[in-house]
Each structure stands twice: as structure tokens, then as C-alpha cells.
Design a protein around this ligand. Structure first.
Ligand SMILES: Cc1cc2nc3c(=O)[nH]c(=O)nc-3n(C[C@H](O)[C@H](O)[C@H](O)COP(=O)(O)OP(=O)(O)OC[C@H]3O[C@@H](n4cnc5c(N)ncnc54)[C@H](O)[C@@H]3O)c2cc1C
Length: 388
């Protein structure tokens, strides 16, 4: 019988790790604090961003590349396994320059892309409008980047269904309070509803991972970065590619209009949206695509990106705490990275440590001295699952 592994967090990361563990003969159990796990994975924009997210080669880019190249196959498999109509759209992203300096930066970005074999194309204004006719007449330059998108809420639904189909229990509404250790080994977790013994624990609690990791003596300086989003009604085909300029973007989603984002706010776990921020996001989007004006807003929401100081995730074993593994800190790219994370972390749990993980050592921010967990703690304000 394979090892019993408790995975904390039922976002795309925890579910992907659980699914990969189950496929390799382990016995995962997923525990999530929220009644319905609807945090960052639900709040995201669904961009599988490779060329727009990474400006230079390095561990982050290499992990993203490993992840990106797998998506077509992954979406097909999930669709077949679950019937959830998940599909990857590869219409690319138009990264729009706001001025001449910005256009020069995009040229440099394009040169980096070519150096790593990504076929980006620098376009002038008319060229950009041939790719996307609704682009504002003021746009004078854009980089057309070959990347992709999917509906992240469908992805979450498909991963959840795939886990359950595989006989993996997903317990929602159960908050993990602390890791349980014996003889220096992590042997399960204490939850609000009692202890859950296990051979290994994987922390995949997104922006909330610092608390849980600290109970095993691990320093994880996680910052929740709030992003506000809105959805505007539009027919399929209204926009072809994703349109992006700095933090502003418009993502067409089949059957669900246009997702418009976003903010990057360090406000702790303060939930909810505010009209002033939403109005700014919307105005910036209309500046890029004027035809958006007058289209009805159908939804607005916010979520918390899990950000570590070096902007890279923490993945794999915690060497000083045998039995403890991390899969967190995916910041702006957890949708892109979830499947790759699932595979790499599941293999690590089962003793097969991929060299790709070296740069994502969970202990690179230091180790704490505590190993007793410091006792159970109550839920933090704005904790997962708490709605505004
Ligand atoms: C506005 C926004 C836009 C984004 N856009 C994109 C994008 O376009 N493309 C992309 O790739 N990425 C995007 N991201 C980033 C991406 O959404 C995240 O990196 C990813 O979803 C993180 O997944 P996760 O499973 O780690 O976290 P989450 O989805 O936040 O899941 C963490 C889970 O842990 C649970 N939890 C917390 N504490 C506990 C506890 N103590 N016990 C048990 N369970 C607990 C929570 O309830 C939650 O369900 C975006 C994020 C935001 C907020």
C-alpha cells in the first residue's frame, strides 16, 4: 500500500499534487479550510503566461517552460476523465507598448524570446490591429507573444472531479491548525476537527501557507497580493488574443465574456472589491479596447496571490523536517504551474527528487527553531473561506 499523504489546500496546486500522488500509487487526502475552495485559483485570469511573465532565463522561466509545454495534453486528459469542457486557447497575447521607452523594452523582451525559441513578433500599430482589430487606434507598437489561456474555474472543477473520480477524498470546511511531529518527523496534522495522521504532509495553502509552515518551524515570508477583477459581458470572438499592458489585461473566456484585471495590493487579507479600483481597471481596459465601453459588468471579485520574496515558489521536501513538503508561493502563475508542480512534488514525496526543484528549496528563507508547533491557533482574520 502506498503512503498516506495529507495535502493541505484544495486550490489548483493542492488538487494537482493529490492527483499526481494518486496516479503514482500513494493514498492522498485533501483537506481545505473553505466550504468551497474558492481562493486564488478561482479568482485568477486563466492566462498561461510564459513570454509575458518571464523577462529572462532562470529557474522561474525554466519551470514555466516545463509547465507550459504540457498544457495541451493535460487539458485533453482532464476533459476526457471528467467531462468538464476544459480547453486551451492558443491565440497569444498582445503586449502593448504605452510609449517609445516601453516599445524599446518590448523589443528587448522579444530578443529574449527568440534566444529561447519563443516565436514572438514585434508589430507596429497597423500590424497589431490586424491581429486584434478592436485595439485602440492610439496603440503604436505591440509584441505578439505565443501563449495561451484557459478557464481557471473549469480547471478547478475538473481537478476536483478528477481527484474524486480517482477515489481521493477532498474534505472541505476543515482547517489545518498545525503540523504534528514525533521524533523530528512530520506525521500528520491537527485540524479543527481532530488529528489526521499521515506518512507525509504537503502544504499547498497558497497565500495562507506561512502560518501552517511556521507550526513546523519553517520561515516562509509569504505576502498575500490582492488582485481585483471584473467580468464584462461580450460574445465569443469579441477579442482574439489576450491584450495586456503592464498590470492591465483583458482575457477572453469562451462563453463567459471578458475578464478584466487587475490590481496588485499589499493590504493583508482585506477581502472584497472597491468601486474606485474597479473603475480604474475598467478605464484602463477601455483605453486599450475602446469597444468595451458600455458593455455590462456581470461580476467583480478579488483574490490573494501567494508571493515569496524572490517571486519563486517553494517546492519539495523540507530537509530539516522529514515528512514535510511544500507546494506554494506560485504568485501570479499558479494556474500555469499547477500540473508541473503536481508532478514534481508528488515525485519528491515518493523519493524521486527532480533536479529542477533545487532552485525552489522551501528552506531558502531560513529555519525557525520551534518544532513543537507552538500549539493550535485560531483562524486568522480574513482566513480562507471567509467571505467579505
Ligand atoms: C486576481 C488574480 C489573478 C490571477 N491570474 C492568474 C493567471 O492569469 N494565470 C496564472 O497562472 N495565475 C494567476 N493567478 C495566480 C494563481 O491564481 C495562484 O498562483 C494559484 O491559484 C495558487 O493556487 P493555490 O492552490 O496555491 O492557492 P489557492 O487557490 O489560494 O488555494 C489555497 C487553498 O488553501 C486553503 N487553506 C488556507 N489555509 C488553510 C488551512 N489552514 N487549512 C486547510 N486549508 C487551508 C484555502 O481555503 C484555499 O482553498 C492569479 C491570482 C489572482 C489572485
Amino acid at each position: 500500500m502506498g503512503p498516506r499523504v495529507v495535502v493541505l489546500g484544495a486550490g489548483v496546486i493542492g488538487l494537482s499534487v493529490a492527483r499526481a500522488l494518486g496516479a503514482r500509487g500513494a493514498r492522498p487526502l485533501v483537506v481545505d479550510a473553505s466550504p468551497a475552495a474558492r481562493e486564488a485559483s478561482w479568482a485568477a485570469g486563466g492566462i498561461l503566461g510564459l513570454g509575458t511573465e518571464y523577462a529572462a532565463d532562470g529557474p522561474g522561466y525554466r519551470l514555466a517552460r516545463f509547465a507550459f509545454d504540457r498544457w495541451d495534453g493535460v487539458a485533453d486528459r482532464l476533459r476526457r476523465e471528467t467531462g468538464v469542457p476544459l480547453e486551451v486557447t492558443r491565440a497569444g497575447t498582445l503586449l502593448v507598448a504605452k510609449d517609445a521607452a516601453d516599445a524599446a523594452a518590448l523589443e528587448a523582451r522579444g530578443a529574449f524570446h527568440r534566444s529561447v525559441g519563443l516565436a514572438s513578433a514585434m508589430l507596429d500599430g497597423p500590424g497589431a490591429r490586424r491581429v486584434e482589430p478592436r485595439l485602440a487606434p492610439r496603440v503604436e507598437a505591440a509584441l505578439h507573444v505565443p501563449e495561451a489561456r484557459l478557464d481557471n474555474r473549469r480547471l478547478l472543477e475538473a481537478l476536483d472531479a478528477a481527484c474524486r473520480n480517482a477515489g481521493i477524498e477532498v474534505r472541505t470546511g476543515v482547517r489545518a491548525l498545525r503540523c504534528v511531529e514525533r521524533g523530528g518527523r512530520v506525521l500528520g496534522v491537527e485540524t479543527e476537527h481532530g488529528a489526521v495522521p499521515a506518512d507525509a504532509v504537503v502544504v499547498a495553502t497558497g497565500a495562507w501557507s506561512e502560518e501552517v509552515a511556521a507550526t513546523a518551524g519553517l520561515t516562509l515570508p509569504m505576502v498575500p497580493v490582492k488582485g481585483q477583477m471584473l467580468r464584462v459581458e461580450a460574445p465569443d470572438g469579441f477579442l482574439g488574443p489576450i491584450v495586456k499592458q503592464g498590470p492591465q489585461y483583458l482575457v477572453p473566456q469562451r462563453g463567459r465574456g471578458i475578464v478584466v484585471g487587475t490590481t496588485a495590493e499589499e493590504v493583508g487579507f482585506a477581502r472584497g472589491t472597491d468601486e474606485a479600483a474597479l473603475a480604474r481597471i475598467r478605464a484602463a481596459a477601455e483605453d486599450l479596447v475602446p469597444d468595451l465601453a458600455g458593455r455590462a459588468r456581470v461580476e467583480a471579485w478579488a483574490g490573494f496571490r501567494p508571493r515569496l520574496p524572490d517571486l519563486l515558489p517553494a517546492l519539495g521536501p523540507v530537509a530539516s523536517r522529514p515528512g514535510l513538503f511544500l507546494a506554494t508561493g506560485h504568485f501570479r502563475n499558479g494556474i500555469l504551474l499547477c500540473e508541473a508542480t503536481g508532478e514534481l512534488v508528488a515525485r519528491a514525496v515518493l523519493g524521486d527528487l527532480d533536479p529542477l526543484l533545487a532552485a525552489f528549496d522551501p528552506e531558502r528563507f531560513g529555519r525557525g527553531a520551534r518544532s513543537d508547533g507552538g500549539g493550535p491557533r485560531g483562524p486568522v482574520a480574513g482566513g480562507p473561506g471567509q467571505r467579505p
